[in-house]
Design a protein around this ligand. Structure first.
Ligand SMILES: NC(=O)c1ccc[n+]([C@@H]2O[C@H](COP(=O)([O-])OP(=O)(O)OC[C@H]3O[C@@H](n4cnc5c(N)ncnc54)[C@H](O)[C@@H]3O)[C@@H](O)[C@H]2O)c1
Length: 432
């Protein structure tokens, strides 16, 4: 099937390449010429394991192209995915929907055939209904249907999650064509047993934000328990393993540490609270205010732990290993690691950061921090070494080699990912 994907970021570029991989003819559309030039040349402008191969294969086989021309996109297909950003509004909790509105406003008047729009971006409940009205005002003698097909991919596993999702969710209006079109698009996945869950528009929008709110709650829950463990002298890692054995609880997302970040969970729980408030259901989500508060408190707590370990932050030399919000990604949006690095620097420490894949993005966001070209270089002369993103190369660092270059002997594990015994045997004082 011919289709377009508007927005060629983490979500859109992955979706475009993976839809081509399923055999469709895909045109990716973005307003960022620099990004498009890279994609057209077969380069993924961000780090996502496995995506470059899928992108290049499908460009070479002629199933995947990119453009910044809405006219070309409108003429290309009757099926259009919308995968542009929905960031947090500046100074407010709500989501900024201006990028989605811009796609609708520019695309719909250009459509000369009936079409189905599939929203993939994460949006506040009620957005698809509002866009349906907007579309009907803009469409010129054609029937343009708005449906919502939220995305659950995880950065770092984006290709596998798109080609083998655990479920597909589709919000449609009764009697529309979207379900039939979606069944055609995802036919090979459905044959493989992936369930297609069809709901109304509002439910589909809420499925996505509720899923993210639940995951954020799980992380903040274990971090709240970690605060109690710290006060009581108990071991949060052993506790997580023990409660995670209960299938009703599950072990995933129970790793205590410096908390969640990235381009999704923080802004999605805030947008959820804001929307609930607009709907008069704000009390239902005061819980998420606490989830957000616990999460942000972890970052400050990490700074306190470093201060206590170092004696003072002023003049202290600190190596920060990790900048991405999680391993497997170069995404530094609302990264806990960079937030902690920035706070330490503001408190007078000399901070050197290293990340295997997120250096360019980090430099752009935090140009005042110092950056190294390797983990060992970052550790040179350091009084304290912090592991804030659990990249495998940091988990497997050899404590003795770090001893050879560091000045102090404080290892601070922000992700409970290091082998405490190994570090202690090499003469380090372990903090977490
Ligand atoms: N990143 C993820 O892991 C993930 C997972 C699931 C859902 N989502 C959701 O997907 C959406 C996109 O997230 P992302 O991480 O890909 O963001 P992103 O910032 O990486 O990408 C957004 C892209 O949209 C482009 N864009 C902006 N305005 C445009 C316009 N008018 N026309 C065409 N392109 C335009 C930007 O240039 C950019 O390339 C968000 O709603 C997010 O919450 C993201």
């Amino acid at each position: 099937m011919k289709m377009t994907v508007f927005g060629a970021g983490y979500l859109g570029a992955t979706h475009a390449a993976c839809m081509a991989e399923l055999g469709h003819e895909v045109l990716g559309v973005d307003t960022n010429r620099g990004k498009l030039a890279k994609l057209e040349a077969g380069d993924v402008p961000f780090y996502e394991p496995g995506l470059p191969e899928v992108l290049r294969r499908n460009i070479d086989q002629g199933r995947l192209n990119f453009t910044d021309s809405y006219a070309e996109a409108a003429a290309w297909a009757k099926t259009h995915f919308i995968a542009v950003g929905t960031p947090q509004k500046k100074g407010e909790f709500g989501a900024d929907l201006s990028y989605i509105d811009a796609v609708i406003d520019e695309l719909v008047p250009l459509l000369t055939d009936d079409a189905v729009l599939f929203g993939k971006s994460t949006v506040p409940v009620g957005t698809a209904a509002r866009l349906t009205t907007r579309v009907s005002q803009l469409a010129r003698d054609v029937d343009v249907e708005v449906s919502w097909n939220p995305e659950f991919l995880r950065e770092g596993y984006a290709v596998a999650d798109t080609l083998h999702p655990d479920r597909l969710v589709l919000g449609t209006r009764p009697g529309g064509r979207a379900e039939q079109v979606a069944r055609e698009i995802y036919a090979s996945l459905i044959v493989d047993g992936v369930p297609l869950l069809v709901t109304d528009l509002a439910t589909a929008e809420l499925v996505k934000v509720s899923a993210n709110a639940f995951l954020a709650t799980k992380i903040s829950f274990i971090n709240a328990v970690a605060e109690v463990c710290e006060a009581a002298g108990a071991d949060i890692a052993a506790l997580s393993d023990a409660i995670g054995r209960d299938p009703r609880i599950g072990r995933q997302f129970l790793n205590a540490g410096i908390g969640f970040g990235g381009g999704c969970l923080p802004k999605d729980i805030r947008a959820f609270m804001a929307r609930a408030g607009e709907l008069g259901a704000d009390q239902a989500l005061t819980l998420l205010r606490e989830v957000d508060g616990i999460n942000m408190r972890r970052r400050t707590r990490m700074v306190e732990i470093v201060r206590a370990a170092s004696g003072t932050l002023i003049g202290s030399r600190i190596a920060v290993l990790g900048a991405a919000f999680k391993p497997g990604s170069d995404d530094v949006r609302d990264s806990p690691a960079l937030n902690v690095a920035g706070q330490l620097q503001l408190n007078g420490a000399a901070v050197t950061v290293y990340d295997p894949h997120a250096m360019d993005n980090s430099r752009r966001l935090f140009p005042t921090l110092d950056y190294s070209t390797s983990a060992m270089e970052a550790c040179e002369g350091a009084d304290s070494v912090l592991v804030l993103t659990e990249w495998p190369e940091f988990v497997s660092l050899d404590p003795t080699s770090v001893s050879d270059v560091a000045r102090g002997r404080n290892i601070i594990d922000g992700r409970y990912c290091l082998n405490r015994q190994d570090w202690e045997s090499a003469g380090w004082t372990y903090h977490a």
